[in-house]
Design a protein around this ligand. Sequence first.
Ligand SMILES: NC(=O)C1=CN([C@@H]2O[C@H](COP(=O)(O)OP(=O)(O)OC[C@H]3O[C@@H](n4cnc5c(N)ncnc54)[C@H](O)[C@@H]3O)[C@@H](O)[C@H]2O)C=CC1
Ligand SMILES: CC(=O)C(=O)O
Length: 304
Amino acid sequence: MKVGVVGAGLVGATAAYALTLRGSCSELVLTDLDEARARAEAQDIAHASPVSHGTRVRSGPLEDLRGSGVVIVAAGANQKPGESRLDLLQKNAAIFRDLIPRVAAAAPDAALLIATNPVDLLTDLSVTLAPDHAVIGSGTVLDSARFRHLIAAHAGVDATHVHGYVLGEHGDSEVIAWSTATVAGLPVADFMDARDLPWTPDIRAQIERDTREAAAQIIGGKRATYYGIGAALARITERILGDRRAVLTVSAPTPAFGVSLSVPRILGRAGVLGTVLPGLTPDEQDALHRSAEVLLQARRTIQD
Ligand SMILES: NC(=O)C1=CN([C@@H]2O[C@H](COP(=O)(O)OP(=O)(O)OC[C@H]3O[C@@H](n4cnc5c(N)ncnc54)[C@H](O)[C@@H]3O)[C@@H](O)[C@H]2O)C=CC1
Ligand SMILES: CC(=O)C(=O)O
């Protein structure tokens, strides 16, 4: 099982490191415009291989992606403090118009897993640039993990036993879908009540803020985010390679909204096998439509 990573910067290299530590694939190829960076990252990550799962890690040109089951695309500009993800659209769309057809030609059998921001609109664009490939955006898998982590901290339980989805744009308009959130199978408020834990509108509002603003907070402190997304990309990749039928909030074209955004999807070797829209409250439904409208409006700026 071979995986390619295009863009061996902070996100691409961290995803490759996570894949190596988890033993998600047998072969990993890193490629970047900056060949020296890709070579150095591959060399460094390869040194983790003998003490983890023996993954063969190397760098190479795009042509070396042939045979990959998944290619992660993390090439392009990241946000500077104060910038939004949508501020990256023009620059990264220009990179993708040149890059994605070449990646698709080099890796004809791969599912393309897009991480570059703004991830929903670059997923949308990649679908048109690589029409014969399964194309999936990492979407709000990371935001849903942030949401679950924050609830778990209040609930005092292992975050893997907290469920809950962030939907819509991976960006400022994302929808924190409280109606989908459960701990030990109970709605969050009921769990807190059963455990005699505080649960106030202020705590809830703080969790929403910390979920939505997590990227800005981290970028303010250390200029980039990469550990959370690296692990999320490794998990999505494994679920595709292993045809695991996992349910994850990845981004993909969504006819009901006219644009790529995140809702729960069943993932397998062929990419998105199905979409399941949870029963949202009327407020959440309105927020999801507003989030789609934000994306549709931004998309017009890169259409002729
Ligand atoms: N989807 C998500 O949840 C997240 C997405 N991101 C996004 O991931 C992207 C990458 O971020 P970082 O790794 O921090 O940036 P970085 O600057 O560390 O790495 C970007 C890499 O892309 C390479 N690159 C640029 N154009 C290329 C091309 N045409 N072909 C091959 N390589 C090319 C650069 O040489 C550089 O090594 C950004 O757009 C960022 O916003 C970051 C965190 C989370
Ligand atoms: C940068 C980014 O998209 C994130 O950390 O959510």
